[in-house]
Design a protein around this ligand. Structure first.
Ligand code: DLL
Length: 426
């Protein structure tokens, strides 16, 4: 464990720490003399306990756009040492700014995430996230250095080259690299023992495929984060207890609310994750509505960390598709597809909107050519399973290995809209 004492703090002491940090934050924000903060904090009282957090106002993504680029800062520009940005789907990007101390915390939470997966200073870590405005590359890079391991700043793209580099070093990878390594036949020369994957949804079925692609001792763990809050390292899975992520609660206070009403969901039920940054200096956020859907998990964790765990993300409130009146999260479809051992890890979901009612289609590919002749059987069993799980007819097309286009850079696009006769996958 990277910060043993802090990560195993008893719940009571952790609450005291959270209370002290929140009170200090609220008092500070009330004195920031800027349009955004004066308006946000008007009528807000000081908080005496972390339990009073729900008296504070929510923050949403639109506020970042309105305040673009620097309207949410709480420190002078001279104190800012870095900015990142997230491109989002429409409109202006979201800019996030960091002070020197924010960068220290950002590095520490990433070091904690890496350590939860099992990394030590003896590891060589291949960072395949994009370096640049995206928080993934630099965020994890600083985490690797903070841990004292060796960072290989490979960044995204050019999977063939990345694999040769990994063969010489040993690494953490994204899935596309696993596939490419297999194609190139040099996987045996790569000594991977763990990997940390995140920034987009990936199911347990995909985890099984990754772990078996890289051989028995490889552990694939999940990392979660978002630019508005800091970047990667808000929560991470530990190797001992996969299936949920520890939130680094001494910095990021989590709540789960009903996405429609904003009221807390009963413990253990799915809802929207809301995060308050307890220690950010440059650009703190109060009760940020992430739109990400998850739930709190109960029980002690065998790893010894005492922070609360959240379930792996079930989807985004914004991604929910409404098909013939039924709410469908693409993640649910992925879970069914990826559980099939005959399939590779790439897939696409097409929402065909050409008719009066939308139709769903899933395109998948077999994991290797020996399954090519079974395409019809596989399609029909997947269709049955999807009908059972989401109560909708989903057309399934099973292609040969490599038939689904890959995203080499950035986040994988899985859901495509079809509005004309042109194939949305190109
Ligand atoms: O994706 C930060 C990050 C980088 C996280 C590297 C993990 C690893 P954004 O580009 O702002 O930041 O996108 C944030 O991505 O609200 C989720 O919807 C999604 N996301 C991030 N991690 C996961 C995950 C980075 N582990 C948005 N599982 C978030 C599912 C994830 N979705």
């Amino acid at each position: 464990m990277y910060l043993h004492e802090l990560e195993t703090l008893d719940r009571e002491s952790l609450r005291h720490l959270q209370t002290a940090r929140l009170s200090e934050l609220v008092a500070r924000l009330k004195s920031v003399d800027s349009e955004y903060w004066v308006e946000k904090m008007s009528g807000v009282n000081e908080v005496a306990s972390i339990d009073g957090i729900n008296s504070l106002p929510f923050t949403n993504k639109q506020e970042f756009r309105n305040a673009y680029p620097y309207g949410m800062l709480t420190v002078p520009m001279g104190d800012i040492v870095r900015i990142h940005a997230s491109s989002g789907t429409s409109g202006k990007p979201t800019i996030v700014s960091y002070t020197r101390d924010d960068i220290v915390v950002f590095a520490q939470v990433n070091a904690r995430s890496l350590s939860a997966v099992g990394a030590t200073r003896d590891d060589v870590v291949h960072v395949a996230y994009g370096y640049g405005l995206f928080t993934g590359g630099l965020g994890l890079h600083y985490g690797v250095e903070e841990l004292g391991a060796t960072a290989v700043p490979a960044s995204g793209g050019n999977p063939g080259f990345q694999v040769s580099l990994m063969a010489d070093t040993g690494a953490t990878v994204a899935l596309i690299l696993a596939e490419r390594a297999e194609e190139m036949g040099i996987k045996d020369q790569i000594r991977l023992s763990w990997g940390i994957h995140g920034a987009e949804p990936w199911s347990d079925g995909l985890r099984d495929k990754l772990e078996s692609a890289w051989g028995g001792q490889y552990d694939a763990c999940d990392i979660y984060g978002l630019s508005e809050v800091t970047g990667p390292g808000v929560a991470a899975e530990c190797r001992e207890n996969k299936g949920g992520l520890h939130v680094f609660e001494d910095h990021f206070f989590p709540e789960i609310v009903d996405p429609e009403t904003g009221e807390p969901t009963p413990d253990g039920e799915l809802g929207e994750l809301v995060i308050t940054t307890l220690t950010r200096e440059a650009q703190p956020v109060l009760r940020y509505r992430t739109r990400d859907i998850t739930r709190f998990l109960d029980g002690e964790c065998p790893c010894g960390r005492t922070s609360r765990r959240i379930g792996r993300l079930a989807g985004r409130a914004d991604d929910m598709l409404v098909i013939r009146g039924i709410n469908v999260y693409p993640r649910t479809i992925e879970t069914v597809l990826m559980a099939d051992p005959a399939l590779g890890a790439n897939y696409a979901i097409i929402v065909d909107r050409r008719g009066t009612l939308p139709e769903l289609e899933a395109r998948v590919e077999v994991i290797d050519a020996s399954f090519n002749d079974e395409a019809d059987e596989i399609a029909s069993r997947l269709q049955d399973q999807l009908m059972e799980t989401i109560r909708l007819r989903v057309g399934v097309i099973v292609g040969p290995p490599g038939s689904i286009p890959r995203s080499e850079l950035g986040k994988a696009q899985r859901v495509f809209e079809q509005t004309s006769d042109e194939d949305p996958l190109g």
